[in-house]
Design a protein around this ligand. Structure first.
Ligand code: DX5
Ligand code: ZN
Length: 225
């Protein structure tokens, strides 16, 4: 899996919500592979973003897979309400639920199951669930807000997870989320990430298509350098 074309997943948290449909269509046309939806409940994290109605509205403006990231205390209770809309659902290992059971239920719904860990959580805490998730989401900022600065220490988790994948024969994709720019994205890909979530860098770019292709490792002379 490593070395294949990375998946670029713009996070709608950075879009202009007054024009949600146009914004989703804009990054879709600009080459987004997936559309990342950051759901926050004001309990698991210190912020409230949006829930099902916004994800449903976004889904009407793209055919790209919706990647739903639940930063909520009870993902087991709420994920079924997103299941019809999403292609992948990611829950946090730190949330209040039976992780193995939630991941299995997500898979039973026909979706890819993601497991996320916050910066303060050690990679060892997701080790017991190897084989039970399809995506490991390594948070590269403290979850809660867009527009934060990438934490380079998190790259070690990405490297270690990529090593697990190789050495233990388990298959999962590694997603990084938070503070992703062309340079932090490149560092993440080099460490073994496959999926880059990028809110601010894509939605606030002068040219979203150029930004997405630069994140993917093309354009802006990156292929020459
Ligand atoms: C943070 C969210 C991220 C965030 C990324 O809690 O999970 O997805 O929106 O936004 P940027 O790319 O602006 O850091
Ligand atoms: Zn996210």
């Amino acid at each position: 899996m490593t070395g294949s074309t990375p998946v670029i997943a713009p996070s709608i948290l950075a879009c202009d919500f007054a024009r949600l449909g146009e914004e989703v269509a804009r990054v879709d046309a600009a080459g987004a592979d997936w559309i990342h939806c950051d759901v926050m409940d004001g309990r698991f994290v210190e912020n409230i973003t949006f829930g099902m109605p916004i994800v449903e509205a976004a889904s009407r403006h793209t055919r790209k897979p919706l990647d739903v990231h639940l930063m909520i205390t009870r993902p087991d209770v709420y994920f079924p309400r997103f299941a019809r809309l999403a292609r992948s659902i990611t829950v946090h290992v730190e949330a209040e639920h039976e992780v193995t059971k939630t991941l299995a239920s997500i898979r039973q719904s026909g979706l890819a199951a993601g497991l996320a860990l916050s910066p303060a959580t050690s990679l060892a805490s997701v080790e017991p669930f190897l084989g039970a998730f399809d995506i490991l989401l390594v948070m590269t900022v403290v979850p809660g807000f867009g527009g934060q600065v990438f934490l380079p220490e998190m790259l070690e988790k990405v490297r270690m997870a990529a090593r697990w994948r190789q050495e233990r024969g388990v298959d999962f994709r590694i997603e990084v989320d938070g503070g992703i720019t062309v340079s932090t994205g490149r560092a993440s890909l080099e460490a073994g990430a496959d999926i880059l979530v990028a809110g601010t860098s894509v939605f606030k770019a002068a040219d979203a298509a150029e930004e997405i292709s630069a994140l993917r490792g093309r354009g802006r002379g990156r292929d020459l350098g």
